[in-house]
Design a binder for this molecule. Structure first.
Ligand SMILES: [Zn+2]
Length: 112
């Protein structure tokens, strides 16, 4: 017994791979791949790999439905992360040359 969902990639069934071939001689098809549901992609491990067989199928889905995806959480203004920029003199351990290293340090202003 196995628990699965069909890959949500809109073109999954068009990829020419042997593991998609189904049917008998004379009426063969390329079929959408199954995505097994297991402890690695369900519950707290839910991810794109819970619904897509590959990064390519995920990209196909995201590109096809980008307007609907963006509508879930539209970004109407820029977000900002408070930082501190620190310049430090550093020495290359190979050449011995000194250079200025720029460190970006996140600042937690208000616990958020
Ligand atoms: Zn797929």
């Amino acid at each position: 017994m196995s628990n699965f969902v069909w890959c949500h990639g809109p073109s999954c069934h068009k990829s020419h791979t042997q593991d998609r071939i189904r049917g008998v001689k004379g009426s063969k098809v390329l079929r959408t791949k199954k995505v097994q549901q297991n402890k690695w992609n369900t519950g707290q491990h839910m991810s794109m790999y819970s619904y897509f067989c590959s990064q390519g199928c995920y990209n196909d889905f995201a590109n096809t439905y980008v307007q609907q995806v963006i509508a879930i959480a539209p970004r109407t203004e820029a977000l900002e992360t408070p930082i501190e920029v620190v310049k430090e003199q550093a020495t290359n351990s190979w050449s011995g040359h000194t250079y200025t290293e720029t460190k970006i340090i996140a600042v937690d202003n208000n616990g958020g």
